[in-house]
Design a protein around this ligand. Structure first.
Ligand code: PRP
Length: 233
């Protein structure tokens, strides 16, 4: 059967018509740490890409085969899982929360180190015997991680899903404890909370859409190797 001309074009068998690979980077604290990794991988994004003040969201790089998009940290995983971006830099916290089967995380970039922890008001842990709890209210932007953490201890967690400022929740009666990222601990201290349990240590990973890796193996595999070499450098 004769294929329509558009499907019979040799260029479509390769990757030339698929456009640049899209690398999704997270806004916020990790963005500053990503810059040196990109530099070691030989990726030079447009000057305003690593500047949080820029309102642009998509940036060209020194390589016409790669563009960068800058999105919220949770959304990096969503863009990559859906194939809207083929690769990304994403915290292990986000991967733990969503556990997307479409995402392959081949490299620990060793940046963005922090932990995901339970925190409670000062004195709460001493006043409460946690071994006797059967229910607890938790404020978190990680409802899945919080539920699983307490379920493994036989405790039913009622999670109040917030997107930020969860350190306010215990004092305002929204929850007993919070589950959140802790880096320096200064946000907890400033809000009268103490870390009571570390759930997991977190770093940022290079993530890849599995389908893109199958359909564009040389390109995507090449970018993974560039990042791998950057880590070795
Ligand atoms: C995270 C986290 C804490 C804070 C912890 O928020 O939710 O609020 O950092 O850092 P620290 O231990 O060094 O004080 P982030 O600043 O990433 O902003 P977000 O609330 O938008 O997630």
């Amino acid at each position: 059967m004769d294929l329509p001309q558009s499907l019979n074009t040799p260029a479509l068998a390769g990757t030339a018509d698929l456009g640049p690979v899209i690398l999704a980077l997270p806004k916020g604290r990790i963005l500053k740490e990503v810059g040196p990794v990109l530099a070691r991988a030989g990726i030079v994004p447009a000057a305003d890409c690593l500047n949080e003040g820029s309102r642009r969201l998509r940036f060209e790089t020194s390589d016409p085969r790669l563009d960068v998009v800058r999105v919220r940290s949770f959304d990096v995983a969503t863009f990559v899982a859906h194939g809207a971006a083929q690769i990304g830099v994403c915290g292990a916290d986000v991967l733990m929360e969503f556990d997307y089967p479409e995402i392959y995380a081949p490299l620990d970039l060793g940046i963005g180190g922090c932990r995901i922890s339970v925190a409670a008001p000062v004195g709460f842990a001493e006043a409460e015997d946690s071994s006797r709890w059967s229910r607890i209210t938790v404020a978190s932007k990680y409802p899945g991680i919080a539920q699983r953490h307490y379920a493994a201890r036989g405790i039913q967690a009622e999670v109040v899903h917030l997107n930020g400022a969860m350190e306010l929740a215990p004092a305002l009666g929204l929850s007993s404890v919070i589950v959140d990222l802790v880096d320096t601990g200064s946000t907890l201290r400033a809000n009268g909370l103490v870390e009571t349990e570390v759930i997991a240590h977190v770093t940022s990973r290079l993530i890849v859409n599995r389908t893109a890796l199958k359909t564009r193996p040389e390109e995507i595999g090449g970018w993974i190797e560039r990042f791998r070499s950057a880590l070795a450098a």
